[in-house]
Design a protein around this ligand. Structure first.
Ligand SMILES: C[S@@+](CC[C@H](N)C(=O)[O-])C[C@H]1O[C@@H](n2cnc3c(N)ncnc32)[C@H](O)[C@@H]1O
Length: 215
């Protein structure tokens, strides 16, 4: 797995087995520093069940799985969603996970998060940690966060990419100002690209039906 991560970071390209197309990984994929941060959060939280919105080129998934394997739980499992994996990404994300020998850990669904997440909730599924890098529009991220707040264990961690975007900042701001989520960490090194680490509350906020804090 390490070899695959190192090769992709060095070459910055992937060639799709399915159709021979050549893909520039960056800036679509997360940068290696973010991958390391993500992996370290998976380890720090002793996560066993993780969920990712937006598989893309699979770089975040590789780092998340590196964390899961470090944790060593026999039931380690990573769920990745991406409705565009077979088309826009020519299945490169699934391909790199396969090359890294991680396919047995992965449950991939080509389903948009706004469909998959409520379904997971209805099925009673739970996750230890989630990563959001999917639909970056306000309504998309807002829905992801609201559902993930219920799917991730209480006082759990949700990492959100592209926090420099106003749409994402506002969606996160709703959760911190109205739902008692905390910003646990934030990247600042690159002004063009931020990610944020959120901690959900230990119990849902029990506010009145007309509770609303401007955000
Ligand atoms: C920036 S890319 C993710 C890159 C990935 N984190 C990586 O490291 O390679 C965003 C991804 O989100 C996916 N996406 C867009 N809308 C989505 C949705 N509604 N649900 C799930 N994934 C979505 C896109 O198809 C794309 O693969």
């Amino acid at each position: 797995m390490r070899d695959v991560i190192d090769r992709l970071v060095r070459d910055r390209t992937a060639i799709a087995r399915s159709d021979g197309s050549v893909h520039q990984l960056f800036p679509v994929a997360i940068i290696p520093d973010e991958g390391v941060a993500l992996r370290d959060w998976v380890i720090r939280e002793s996560a066993r069940q993780t969920l990712e919105v937006g598989l893309g080129y699979g770089i975040a998934a590789l780092f998340i799985c590196e964390g899961l394997l470090t944790n060593g739980a026999p039931d380690a499992h990573h769920v990745a969603l991406d409705p565009n994996q077979a088309t826009r990404f020519a299945n490169c994300g699934l391909q790199v996970l396969d090359e890294a020998g991680l396919s047995p850990l992965i449950e991939f669904l080509p389903t948009p998060s706004e469909i998959a997440l409520p379904r997971f909730l209805a099925e009673g599924r739970r996750f230890d940690l989630a990563f959001v890098d999917g639909n970056h529009r306000f309504d998309g991220v807002f829905l992801d966060l609201i559902y993930l707040g219920r799917l991730v264990r209480p006082a759990g961690v949700i990492v959100v990419d592209d926090y420099q975007l106003p749409s994402i900042l506002r969606a996160v701001s709703f959760c911190t100002s109205n739902l008692n989520w905390r910003v646990e960490g934030q990247s600042r090194d690159d002004p063009r690209h931020h990610w944020v680490v959120l901690r959900t509350p230990p119990a849902p906020v029990d506010s009145g039906f007309d509770h609303f804090v401007k955000f």
